[in-house]
Design a binder for this molecule. Structure first.
Ligand code: NAD
Length: 377
């Protein structure tokens, strides 16, 4: 079969769906690999690097011959038309609320997989794009905050006097939040964190962070079987908000990462909370793409809200594209490997495989993913 690695059409997308290593891997799996010219440039992978790994450099027109299309983002309607019916398309599909796009992919006869729906089981850990990308986003959030902050993060005792350590508060201690905690610690900040999942307490503590949360009965039962957060009751949210409000007033930098799968991001930081921080404080909203955790944060912008600089960069992993692409590409190829028959080297999608069941959105003209299949087409 032929794998086509597309150059992303969204100008805000700097990542690419294949690396030198994964091209070699795909060749080993028996694929011919065509990389669209320039696809890796913003991730510092030159066409010649791909060529040296055994890929052919092609153009958009080569998509038509591909059995497998690898992408970062869901293909646009225009891109879909360039693929052949029956092709597999693997990407971060952002399927929630995008019924029209799913219907278009189904109609085009594409078998599409949403990498972000990969189940969080041991077998699929190396295919987990949410983790690989969130980890880098958490790191980058601290780097961006430090760059905007007019003070130092570590405590510095010098002959000319002592600079105090910055106080960093991380809201949401999942994959991104834990990396933000670890990064801020490495830079010498005094770090605290909160989460609604009870399991987060120990993880925060193990990284040297102080855990801040209302730990009542609801909190103790707040984790779903999949390890995700549940939406908390109004009462819990009010109690937690009061505790957090007191805490935020004493912080220099806050980094919010709180998400609930399939729901808008919970609003955790109000304008009043921002107002309580001292001038020059920084807030980074990693949930900005999903509506944001911080009142006044703006997707794609750095804005001043009540005297606090609020960072709302989109696509945080894309800000360290070379690292992000390396990990994303590895996630993709590991999944692709499960779709190939080892002996015949033919593509063999097993509809009963739990990874396929969890991620397949469209197949044979239909939207097959249960949560979206009911949507009108
Ligand atoms: P996420 O991106 O969905 O959310 C980020 C964090 O925000 C979560 O920890 C969530 O609990 C928290 N949050 C939600 N609402 C909140 C609120 N109101 N206040 C404070 N925090 C709130 O989560 P994630 O980073 O993808 O990770 C979710 C869980 O899955 C974690 O326990 C993680 O360790 C686990 N995980 C498991 C595997 C695996 O087993 N293979 C892989 C990756 C992650």
């Amino acid at each position: 079969g032929i794998v086509f690695v597309a150059r992303e059409v969204d100008p805000a997308e700097s990542r690419v769906a294949a690396s030198v290593e994964t091209v070699k891997k795909m060749k080993g799996l028996g694929f011919d690999v065509v990389v669209e010219g320039g696809a890796g440039l913003s991730s510092r992978i030159a066409d010649t690097d791909y060529e040296a790994a055994g890929a052919r450099i092609g153009s958009t027109a080569d998509a038509k011959g591909a059995d497998v299309v690898l992408k970062v983002r869901r293909p646009t309607d225009k891109e879909i038309k360039a693929y052949k019916s029956g092709a597999l398309v693997i990407a971060i599909m952002d399927p929630y609320g995008n019924d029209k796009a799913l219907a278009a992919m189904a109609k085009a006869g594409l078998t599409t997989f949403a990498m972000e729906l990969m189940p969080r089981i041991t077998r699929a850990q190396s295919m987990d794009v949410l983790s690989s990308q969130a980890n880098l986003a958490g790191y980058q959030a601290v780097i961006d905050a430090a760059a905007e902050y007019d003070r130092a993060l570590p405590m510095m005792m010098t002959a000319a006097g002592t600079v105090p350590a910055a106080k960093v508060f991380v809201m949401g201690a999942g994959v991104a939040g834990l990396q933000a905690i670890a990064t801020a610690k490495r830079l010498g900040a005094a770090v605290s964190a909160t989460d609604v999942r009870p399991a987060a307490k120990e993880q925060v503590a193990s990284l040297g962070g102080k855990f801040i949360a209302v730990e009542d009965e609801e909190f103790k039962a707040a984790e779903t079987a999949g390890g995700y957060a549940k939406e908390m009751s109004k009462e819990y949210q009010a109690k937690q908000a009061a505790l957090v409000a007191d805490h935020i007033a004493k912080q220099d930098i806050i980094i919010t990462t709180a998400l609930i799968p399939g729901r808008p991001a919970p609003k955790l930081v109000t304008r009043d909370m921002l107002k309580s921080m001292r001038p020059g404080s920084i807030a980074v909203d990693l949930a900005v793409e999903r509506g944001g955790n911080i009142e006044g944060s703006e997707a794609g912008n750095v804005v001043e809200v009540e005297g606090v600089k609020v960072i709302g960069h989109l696509n945080m992993p894309g800000r360290i594209a070379a690292s992000a692409s390396l990990l994303y590409a590895k996630n993709l190829v590991t999944f692709l490997e499960t779709l190939v028959n080892k002996e015949t080297k033919a593509i063999a999608v097993n509809p009963d495989d739990e990874l396929v069941k969890a991620t397949m959105l469209t197949h044979a003209g239909q939207v097959v993913y249960p949560a979206f299949a009911a949507a009108p087409t």
